[in-house]
Design a protein around this ligand. Structure first.
Ligand code: NAG
Ligand code: NAG
Ligand code: NAG
Ligand code: NAG
Ligand code: NAG
Ligand code: NAG
Ligand code: NAG
Ligand code: NAG
Ligand code: NAG
Ligand code: NAG
Ligand code: NAG
Length: 626
């Protein structure tokens, strides 16, 4: 007995090096097994007698990559014996059900681990492999695989592929790209920026178009990658064959896994993940509507609401959502001991510092929960309120000053919610005219950010935001810093590009007409000095093309998302010159396609962008641009 035990220990130790290579086993940390998945216990289930036949395993959701560094990138896949997701909640209770072949105490075939090889090469044919390895996955992590590809060269394109060990069962080939080194003088980088993809509301064509155009280096997602609702509560997916599973409001770990897995069947989303490295952050709906540190809009502090909320506490629901997100997204967990931390930054040569915030889940003070709007309005100017919590705020301000100090040309800040002040009394009424769930509900946090930029003379700031399902382009303005001239833009300290949704509906009416939408846009543009362009009508995305001289923003609108198609039109183009800290005049070149442009014209030309070689209708097969 004892001898046998001793002889097993070294084997398990060697094997665990490979296990921990799958980063999804490391959270919260392989150093704290009692808090996460005990790799030791999973290793014990690795019995050849219950191993899978490789041909029965399926790469169910393609491949993905993300969080690029100059010498490494995260690679992701899922290799599963079933297209369903793992239902076990073993990680909640901390006990892993073991299959003991000798005593046959507990039989669970679905817990057998799977062995996967991966390789990374600088060419599509894998003739020059630069990194490779072997990892395991299992039901404990929903059969997801997340590895860090290393030994890579800066700002270089790579191809990668997974395969089931000792078999011919291979994943699709993915393409990815490292970032330049922080001190590299690069002359251009391009980003596609997204938010708010809602499965039952439409097809994710917006994700596919940059793949068809091969127009960017990296994809930024500002959150609302999934929605937690039951079909019918928000969205009517049955009419287009897009009812998100499970067909209910989601609460459990299984629910969140299944929901992300459903979204990840959209072929344009799969294609974007396969083609581009992603740098995503979550907003509220990755957990629930209007979340903040301690709850969400659907949380009423009553015992009966606890029961009707699927029997899951707020904290547990958040942990379920966060766990599934980290399992499924190709991102780094920068602090292995805290999987609520997603805020992180990236240096893209001397050109850009990209600062990705979490204004939502980490440590946000109470938000607008619909029944408390008057209260949040009353306290919105309270100095103690924060969107980020003091730890993240401190890091954020430090990131801005050290970015300026190191001489990075541009500071690009990814925020979930809209930053600039927006009087929306036309829609909300005069009593509470602002969106208190956006930065407008946290004025002191915004003032601290702006005063830092003005006081330290930090320029070339580009704010990116999502969440609102509409486009808002503003000069970044703070009257506490400098007076602002809306005609010339003098006094601004940067620019905000807030983008519309991939598919979530217009906030001024899901089925609004173009004329009604433009009418509202005109009102909004007139009521807000710094708001230079506004559009409510189009679903879509935007691209940023960044050089040392300027940032060019190109906004694209998708005329129809009730089918899978590549049709897009150019809505508006903006330029920010280095050192100018405002939109170049005439803003948008003086003419946009839709919405309302301050001092400019709206001319409807429906100028189509050719994303698919002359045909908007794309084949059912995933795109193979690579
Ligand atoms: C593999 O997964 C894909 C996507 O879920 C599915 O369409 C396909 O039928 C699966 N193949 C097998 C052999 O199970
Ligand atoms: C977890 O599993 C236990 C026992 O199998 C069950 O009673 C409990 O409801 C499950 N919890 C969740 C959140 O699914
Ligand atoms: C890669 O493979 C393709 C066809 O499979 C071939 O035409 C090409 O020459 C190969 N390239 C290299 C570098 O081996
Ligand atoms: C919470 O309270 C609001 C306002 O009374 C109500 O509309 C909502 O249905 C309640 N939600 C739950 C889950 O009880
Ligand atoms: C933020 O700055 C604005 C403009 O100067 C000012 O009106 C407001 O009172 C400030 N709020 C806080 C909390 O500092
Ligand atoms: C919008 O149109 C859809 C599909 O025709 C319909 O089901 C839905 O009820 C409409 N929504 C509103 C708010 O009118
Ligand atoms: C345009 O909006 C105004 C309110 O700003 C409203 O009074 C008017 O009826 C709207 N017109 C149309 C055509 O929707
Ligand atoms: C919002 O805009 C309207 C129309 O310009 C104006 O009457 C109202 O005073 C504004 N409210 C605030 C709080 O700025
Ligand atoms: C935006 O710029 C592109 C060229 O890059 C041009 O084809 C397109 O028409 C412009 N769109 C608008 C609305 O001016
Ligand atoms: C442009 O497209 C809109 C809606 O997509 C349509 O109503 C309009 O007639 C088109 N205009 C032109 C000039 O083709
Ligand atoms: C685009 O279409 C044209 C004509 O249909 C065809 O000759 C050409 O090969 C196509 N190009 C690509 C890249 O598919």
């Amino acid at each position: 007995m004892k001898l046998q035990f001793l002889s097993l220990v070294p084997l398990a130790t060697i094997a665990s090096a490979n296990w921990a290579k799958n980063l999804n086993y490391r959270s919260p940390s392989e150093h704290h097994p009692s808090l996460g998945i005990s790799i030791h216990k999973v290793v014990k289930r690795n019995d050849p007698r219950s191993a899978y036949d490789a041909s029965t395993l399926n790469f169910t959701h393609g491949v993905a990559s993300g969080d690029p560094y100059p010498d490494s990138v995260i690679l992701w896949t899922r290799i599963s014996p079933t297209s369903d997701n793992d239902k076990s909640n073993v990680t909640v209770s901390g006990t892993v059900p073991l299959y003991n072949h000798d005593t046959e105490e507990y039989v669970s075939v679905s817990t057998s681990p799977v062995c996967v090889d991966y390789k990374v090469a600088s060419d599509k044919n894998f003739s020059s492999v630069v990194d490779s390895g072997t990892v395991y996955t299992s039901s404990d992590v929903d059969y997801t695989v997340k590895v860090e590809a290393k030994k890579l060269e800066p700002y270089t394109t790579y191809y990668y592929q997974f395969s089931v060990c000792n078999s011919n069962n291979k994943s699709p080939v993915g393409r990815t790209k490292t970032t330049p080194k922080a001190d590299d003088d690069i002359t251009k980088v391009a980003l596609a920026i997204y938010s708010c993809s809602n499965y039952p509301f439409g097809f994710f064509n917006a994700y596919g178009n940059p793949v068809r155009k091969d127009s960017v280096d990296y994809v930024i997602h500002l959150g609302d990658y999934i929605y937690e609702y039951k079909n019918g509560d928000y969205g009517w997916g049955q009419s287009i064959g897009r009812v998100p599973l499970p067909d209910k409001t989601i609460f459990s770990l299984y629910d969140y896994r299944k929901r992300i897995a459903t979204y990840r069947t959209d072929l344009d989303l799969v294609a974007s993940h396969q083609q581009f490295p992603w740098i995503p952050v979550w907003d509220d709906h990755e957990v629930a509507d209007n979340t903040y540190r301690d709850g969400s809009s659907e949380l009423n502090n009553t015992e009966s609401s606890f029961a009707s909320d699927g029997g899951v506490s707020v904290d547990q629901r958040k942990m379920n959502a966060v766990r599934a997100y980290f399992e499924w997204m190709p991102i780094r967990q920068v602090e292995m001991d805290d999987n609520l931390r997603i805020w992180r930054s990236f240096s893209i040569g001397k050109l850009v510092d990209l600062v990705m915030l979490d204004t939502r889940q980490y440590d946000r003070s109470i938000t607008d929960l619909y029944w408390n709007t008057d209260y949040v309005h009353e306290i919105s100017n309270d100095a103690g309120r924060s969107l980020m919590g003091s730890r993240q705020e401190h890091w954020f301000y430090n990131s801005l000053t050290s970015s300026a100090k190191r001489g990075a040309t541009w500071r690009v800040i990814g925020s979930q919610i809209v930053f600039s002040r927006l009087n929306e009394s036309a829609a909300y009424g005069d009593a509470n005219p602002l969106d208190y769930d956006a930065w407008d509900g946290y004025e002191a946090n915004r003032n601290r950010t702006l005063s830092l930029l003005y006081d330290h003379n930090i320029g070339n700031n580009i704010l990116l935001s999502g969440d609102s399902h509409a486009s808002w382009v503003s000069d970044l303005v703070w009257l506490g810093g400098k007076p602002y001239n809306k005609e010339t833009g003098e006094g601004a300290i940067g620019v905000e590009f807030a983008g519309t949704a991939v598919s979530s509906p217009c906030p001024y009416g899901a089925n609004i007409t173009l004329a009604q939408a433009n009418n509202y846009s005109t009102w909004l543009q007139n009521a807000n000095d710094e708001l230079q362009w506004q559009d409510l009508y189009y679903r879509g995305y935007y691209e940023l093309h960044i050089s040392p001289e300027e940032v060019d923003a190109k906004f694209f609108g998708l005329p129809t998302i009730v089918s899978r198609n590549g049709w897009e039109i150019s809505l508006a183009n903006f330029t920010v010159k280095s050192g100018a800290n405002k939109l170049q005049r005439p803003v948008g070149g003086g003419v946009v396609e839709s919405g309302s442009l301050k001092g400019g014209k709206v001319v409807q030309t429906n100028a189509t962008v050719d994303t698919n070689n002359g045909t908007w209708f794309v084949s059912e097969a995933p795109l193979e641009v690579l």
